[in-house]
Design a protein around this ligand. Structure first.
Ligand SMILES: [Zn+2]
Length: 310
């Protein structure tokens, strides 16, 4: 399904057929009349006898957007991760939480006005009410198929992956993508550090290495264990960098840490929304670097280059 978003021009909507030939769609994509026509055409083309369920991995608009319109058009129920039903904008993205975050992160007063003026992304908070809240281990109500719900918080608080047990496939939503590095903490309402939860989820999904991955964007792929390890190492490298700054200066602010670690665009290249996002990412890494889990996590790195070598 086309998204109209430059960075991720397509969302993969998956149609699972049950043993009666009826369809269950996973992640219908962005909202719109044309999108609805496109999806209904696809159901027609494959000869689906009707639509019996709309399952959504997480509430970003490029996944859940069409769900309400599709439900209204077909009467099919919407199934969504239980923790996802309360996902809102991350606190640092909206006006009220922004000022507090900038202060907590130690942003110098002179730099705050620019960052306070960045428009909120307004991506969340518009998720339709689910008819069924999915919990870890639940089986999707798809006759003749065994598809298990795996809670994988991190990208958003209630993100779920779907394990098609018999066909040995995992629908990974935005938890694991073949080339793009999924953002972490892109929703408010996390009860624990989103990064810690994300790393745990990578370990869990990576264990299904003999399965085929069907991601929310880009292309299906094999080697999910390797891909999960790459994504873990990416975050663990950054965690090691942040830990090194904190070892030298335990009270360093998020702003100060962010100015001393590696950014692909260079720290000077980060402005506006990207700088806000970088600070939020740094804050998550700093919280984890200050936690008891640091030593265990860094011991799990699988041979990525140490921070100074890149
Ligand atoms: Zn997403």
């Amino acid at each position: 399904m086309p998204t109209g978003i430059e960075f991720v021009p397509w969302t993969n909507a998956y149609i699972l057929l049950d043993d009666g030939g009826r369809a269950h769609v996973v992640d219908p994509g962005v909202d719109g009349e044309r999108a609805l026509d496109r999806l209904l055409d696809a159901l027609d083309t494959i000869g689906a006898a009707g639509l019996d369920g709309i399952v959504v991995t997480h509430v970003h608009p490029d996944h859940v957007g069409l769900a309400a319109r599709l439900r209204a058009a077909t009467g099919a129920p919407l199934l969504l991760g239980a923790a996802e039903t309360s996902t809102t904008e991350p606190e640092w993205r909206d006006g009220a939480g922004r000022a507090a975050a900038l202060e907590t992160w130690g942003v110098p007063v002179d730099d705050r006005a620019d960052l306070a003026a960045v428009a909120p992304a307004d991506e969340h908070g518009r998720a339709p009410t689910a008819d069924t809240a999915l919990r870890d281990g639940d089986l999707l109500p798809i006759p003749g198929r065994v598809v298990r719900v795996l809670e994988t918080p991190g990208h958003t608080p209630g993100h779920v992956c779907l394990h098609d047990v018999d066909r040995r496939r995992v629908l990974t939503g935005d938890h694991v993508l073949p080339r793009i590095n999924p953002g972490v903490g892109l929703g408010g309402g996390f009860r624990t550090n989103p990064l810690a939860a994300y790393l745990d989820g990578l370990e869990r999904i990576g264990a299904l290495d003999d399965h085929e991955a069907l991601p929310g964007h880009e292309h299906r792929f094999r080697g999910i264990g390797t891909r999960c390890a790459e994504l873990r190492d990416h975050h663990l490298r950054r965690l090691a960098e942040v830990a090194a700054v904190l070892a030298a200066e335990p009270d360093a602010s998020v702003w100060s840490i962010a100015s001393r670690i590696t950014w692909s665009a260079g720290r000077g290249g980060l402005r506006g929304f990207h700088l806000l996002s970088a600070l939020a990412q740094t804050s998550m890494h700093a919280d984890l670097a200050r936690s008891e889990r640091l030593a265990t996590l860094l011991a799990c790195r699988s041979g990525g280059a140490p921070p100074g070598d890149r």
